[in-house]
Design a protein around this ligand. Structure first.
Ligand code: URA
Length: 179
């Protein structure tokens, strides 16, 4: 099924509709060859209805500028509504929300999906669920329909500044492989 933005804005598939201010669908180029997928909207995203507009998004913008990442992209999340107090998404919320992401990926049909953080990686690469994000990130996984490239979540890098250099290197590897 091809979902529309109007359908998504009315979604009540899980309880998060009770506390959300906005459904955060995604932003960027709908014809992009690369789609970034984070975990769930935070406070700023819920307020503005756009993904990665807070501090984590600021780090993504900084790294993209640093390495001149000029490739058109689209960015979204596994969950389209903010979990209260930014708690982790629960498995029921992920299960109910996932058809929206699958529909977005069907429409955009990117050649590469970049997962940001352990939750997005475990949802889109379930066969690697048991492995730590640090062990699987920075490598390309061909799923048959697309290629998945897991990376650390920028919020994790903000909390662990010693990871910044490696995060930039992973981003650079992405850039040269997308060309
Ligand atoms: N963290 C996420 O995973 N997604 C956002 O949109 C913002 C912060």
């Amino acid at each position: 099924m091809i979902a529309t933005k109007e359908m998504l804005r009315c979604c009540r598939r899980c309880g998060l509709y009770r506390t959300r201010r906005n459904v955060v669908i995604g932003r960027g180029d709908p014809n992009a060859g690369v789609v970034f997928v984070g975990e769930a909207p935070g406070e700023k995203e819920d307020e503005q209805g756009l993904p990665f507009v807070g501090r984590a998004g600021g780090l993504l913008d900084f790294v993209m500028r640093e390495i001149s990442f000029e490739i058109p992209y689209y960015i979204t999340n596994i969950l389209k509504c903010r979990p209260p107090n930014n708690r982790n998404p629960d498995s029921g919320e992920i299960e109910r929300c996932l058809p929206w992401l699958i529909s977005q990926l069907e429409i955009i049909s990117p050649s590469c999906v970049v997962t940001l953080g352990g939750i997005a990686a475990s949802v889109l690469l379930p066969s690697l669920k048991a492995r730590r994000i640090s062990a699987i990130k920075g490598k390309f996984y061909n799923t048959g329909t697309t290629v998945i490239y897991p990376m650390w979540h920028p919020a994790y890098v903000l909390r662990n500044k010693s990871r910044l250099k490696e995060f930039i290197m992973d981003f650079h590897l992405l850039k040269v492989n997308l060309k």
